[in-house]
Ligand binder design. Structure first.
Ligand code: SF4
Length: 387
């Protein structure tokens, strides 16, 4: 996966170069190509951006790298810690905008939510650690306008660059550096529709899983989409199905889904489901179906059965999410009895499912909420936190 089958769009910034692109650049400066991997490791594996500290490089090269603007792409301006260990990072971009990333301890997840036996299959045993799933953003705001989502309500502001996407995971790593916790899973479930920003996301994926960089396992990076069919196909082609795919589905009924997710008018369920059948999923892996339960709208046993029928023949696991409260939005979560009945009905149809108990409610850790609050109220975030 370090080399997708199609060519990546050119990097916009030195921090976005792959080792091969660094080798090209350094080669054009008259340096040996192997220096490319050295520079890449300093930046992505060690998180060192100051060329003066890159001690295995010759002094002349370090001096030249000073001109490459190798600064961290974002700064942590605020960390909120929830009682359950979830940490929400508010991150400042160069243009004064803010995005969010969330660090979620995997021990606080529902069984099957963060890790399943097939997720670990073939992975080398490692020293026991406290593993963390990091939820990252791909855009500032979102153009998809899903009615249950704070980012959708905020509207689209701009795409993030590949450096800004990868930079979130670098910040996550630094935030956890003094603990025994490590980022193991990365999910594109923060602000933004990742496949609407395909070129930057494809480059970020390539960098995140590079063994000489952050070195994430391919199967531990999940792209979550509202259903952009051509880009689902493209992702499958470019990365051979190795990237985990999650679909924000939320209703098995076209008219209802279009009500809450305008993208469904462009790519209705039949087209979306066909794209899932085409996705080159490796054996024993499953696509995640994200299903937000909204009281009185999509949460009946009949809805669960219709969902199971829609997914028949596709290896899926359903992530049932009682709706997070969104300010000024009358929609809400059903009772736990309704949630349990929905899950039981899925199980009775042979569909694997798990219920996401909300993490970090006390810090507004739902998708888009913290950064949305910052955008709306023009909050100035004063506390410096290590980054
Ligand atoms: S749910 Fe996802 S795709 Fe829909 S508006 Fe929110 S961030 Fe965008």
């Amino acid at each position: 996966m370090t080399s997708p089958s199609t060519t990546l769009a050119p990097p916009n910034h030195a921090l976005e170069r792959t080792p091969e692109e660094w080798a090209e650049t350094l080669g054009s400066w008259g340096e040996p190509r192997y220096r490319g991997i050295q520079v890449f490791r300093w930046l992505h594996q060690r998180g060192v951006f100051d060329p003066a500290a890159m001690t295995d490089l010759p002094r002349t090269l370090r001096a030249r790298l000073e001109g490459e603007a190798l600064a961290p792409p974002l700064e942590t301006s605020y960390v909120h810690q929830s009682e359950d260990g979830t940490r929400k990072l508010l991150l400042g971009l160069g243009d004064q905008r803010t995005i969010e990333a969330v660090l979620i301890p995997m021990k606080s997840m529902a069984p099957g939510e963060g890790d399943t036996p097939e997720d670990s299959e073939g992975e080398a045993d490692e020293a026991p650690r406290a593993w963390v799933t990091q939820c990252i953003s791909s855009q500032v705001g979102c153009a998809m306008a899903c009615v249950f989502c704070a980012s959708g309500i905020a509207g689209f502001k701009r795409h993030l660059s590949a450096a800004e996407i990868v930079g979130q995971v670098m910040v996550g790593r630094t935030t956890l550096a003094a603990t025994d916790e490590r980022v193991r899973n990365v999910v594109f479930m923060g602000m933004g529709e990742p496949l609407h920003n395909y070129d930057a996301v494809a480059r970020a994926l390539t960098l995140l899983v590079h063994p000489d960089g952050l070195g994430l396992s391919k199967r531990r990076v999940t792209v979550s989409t509202s259903g952009l069919v051509p880009e689902i196909d493209r992702l499958g082609r470019d990365f051979g199905g190795q990237v985990q795919l999650a679909i924000s589905l939320h209703s098995p009924d076209d008219s209802k889904r279009s009500e809450i997710m305008p993208i469904n008018r462009k790519y209705p369920l039949a087209e979306l489901v066909e794209s899932l059948r085409r996705y080159p999923l490796p054996k024993r892996r499953r696509i995640t179906i994200e299903y937000t339960l909204i009281d009185g709208f999509n949460a009946t046993v009949a809805d669960a059965r219709a969902l199971a029928r829609l997914m028949r023949g596709i290896p899926v696991k359903v992530n049932v999410i009682p709706m997070n409260p969104v300010a000024d939005n009358p929609l809400g979560a059903p009772s736990w009895e309704v949630v349990d009945a929905f899950q039981d009905a899925l199980r009775a149809q042979g569909v694997a499912s798990f219920v996401r108990r909300r993490k970090g409610d006390d810090i507004a850790a739902a998708c888009g909420q913290l950064a949305l609050a910052g955008e709306k109220k023009k909050v100035r975030v004063p506390l410096p936190v290590t980054s």
